[in-house]
Write a protein that binds this ligand. Sequence first.
Ligand code: ADP
Ligand code: MG
Length: 707
Amino acid sequence: MARIAVMRSHQPMRPEILFPAFAPVASLPGVGPRIAKLIEKIAGPRLVDLYWHLPIQIVDRRHSPPVANAPEGAIVTMTVVVERHLPAPDKRLPYKVLCRDDSALLTLVFFRARPDYLERALPVGEERVVSGRIQRYRDEIQIAHPDHIGTVEELDALKIVEPVYPLTAGLTARPLRRAVRSALDKAPDLPEWLEPRFLSRRRWPGWKDALLAAHAPESPDRLKPDHPARERLAYDELMANQLALALVRESVREGAGRAVSGDGSLRTRTLASLPYSLTGAQERALKEICDDMASPARMLRLLQGDVGSGKTIVAFLAMLNAVECGAQAALMAPTEILARQHRDVLAPLCVGLGIRLVLLTGREKGESRRRTLANLRAGEIDILVGTHAIFQEGVAFGDLAFAVIDEQHRFGVHQRLALTAKAAGARANLLVMTATPIPRTLTMTAYGDMDVSRLDEKPPGRTPVDTRAMPLDRLDEVVQAVRRAVAGGDRVYWVCPLVEESDVVDAAAAEERHAALAGSLGGGVALLHGRMKSAEKDARMNGFAAGEVSVLVATTVIEVGVDIPEATVMVVEHAERFGLAQLHQLRGRVGRGDRRGRCLLLYAAPLGDAARARIRIMRETDDGFRIAEEDLRLRGAGEVLGTRQSGLPDFRLADVAAHEELMLAARDDARLALERDPDLSSDRGRALRVLLYLFERDAAVGYLRSG
Ligand code: ADP
Ligand code: MG
């Protein structure tokens, strides 16, 4: 009996050398609770979060021309004598302070000023250093709200290049900069985890020097991703990622695998009963999977296929391979809706084959759950379908030979590692499936060096979904069109971006939309969102699938996997708020049957450049790979689109578009390091452990034989 349990029992613990780096931001001098909260919002709660919060620009304050020569718009730092204060005659007008040097008069301008502060900071008759942006206004030379005011002794400290950090509302540059500087003062000296020869070939500094340099850019080119300090930090992050993935992979691979090779009887009968034949891509993928299962090494394979490419049936046929051997198979889905849907699709096929398929989710409780668990242990269940509940404690298979994780990108990166390890604990062959059509190198950041099968062909007879975009102010027309569609027998998804998100006032709440549509379309409109009880969600979903409801107003809970072939129209409200990957997934929900699908992207005008580009791409193509590439390109242009949806790890330092070469190097480096030192017990190995903790891959350390 193979019992599923966490592979290693010890809890990995962060080494002491990193304690300072993980101290709370609020422990820094001069950072009170208010500032700490704002810093947490923009960067994170601990000092490391400030380390990874790199500057995006610089302000060069080294320029000190005479006042008369100071050019319009320039940032300057000048020494002047304060001549006179001109308090504001009324609240709407500024307080002015007149100063001069040998060449000309300089007017400092303050709106809504505090006179007592200004009198102290700029005493009449004294010399002061001021730094800020020059404005020439008629014949006056001005600085409005100087960034710095100091004494002459402070001149050198002010004539510097300042880093500019991303900010958030309420947080100004100065306190953040000060916090970063004191965080850096506490940065620990860490042992070098990179090979000396590799370091010198790359001309990279050590970790701490790289960190300090990345926060002290002296010219704009030092902000670029190919600057040595930035490259070094990005590489460290990628290396931690690749090392963690390699450790999981090793722990999955190690130990006795098992050869699983059935006689094909169940598969042949199933294929004969299907109303369609497999596509070439499905046949190829199935063969790759079954060949891999037949080998004695444990399988760890990714099945990648765009939405609607038919992954489910491939997974089912591979599960039958295990059942033909008298063993068990499991299929795990990220949501309850999806798990139930898999059960509904696959159970009838099983009935015909005389095998037993059972559903297990968090909702099965009491007697029915006890019975399922007992049957599972006794080997009386052939296929278990469920949510992550199927890998929970107390769930034991009689003989699990094959586990499939569907839409795996919906599980978080950490969760995913844990699930993989648990499935592997049962010594089962493992297949993970994803609809994210990401390029090979990117798959690597999410899955490490896995074997990959691809469904690069869709079942025949699908016509592309007719995709249109329309501004939200033509909502009335859209409602009319939906009314006509429903009258003609269509079933419509209407997707709203957020529910009750209080800080996004103008977000179309699904509830409101539901009420409005129900008002104008009458009955047959249902609501579905993530906060509902799952029984309620099922009921709504079933009603829609059965045709009792023709319009389903939903949040993105329907984004993945849901397969209702009768659904033909997809309306996405506030399409401009969705990432490309997400829009593609949503659109993939319609046009699955023989009726042509339609997709309406409703947007709030005016559209920003990136949103406009996303909508254009959606109209141009339904090729998931092209969409993924465009997504990456747009993201490279500085916009983060749907990283979460795509299941890619959120890198803080590495830029997956710009640092592709570094990622390949990190993969090789990680693999080699583990080949030479599988327990990470050499000097370098121990340093690499620190690296894993630094990037919070603590769980990965748990996979080492001696943590
Ligand atoms: P996904 O890859 O998005 O999970 P599904 O497995 O849900 O896709 O398949 C989408 C739809 O295509 C299902 O209704 C399925 O029955 C159908 N399908 C799968 N393979 C084929 C095929 N070879 N020919 C025709 N229809 C197919
Ligand atoms: Mg699917």
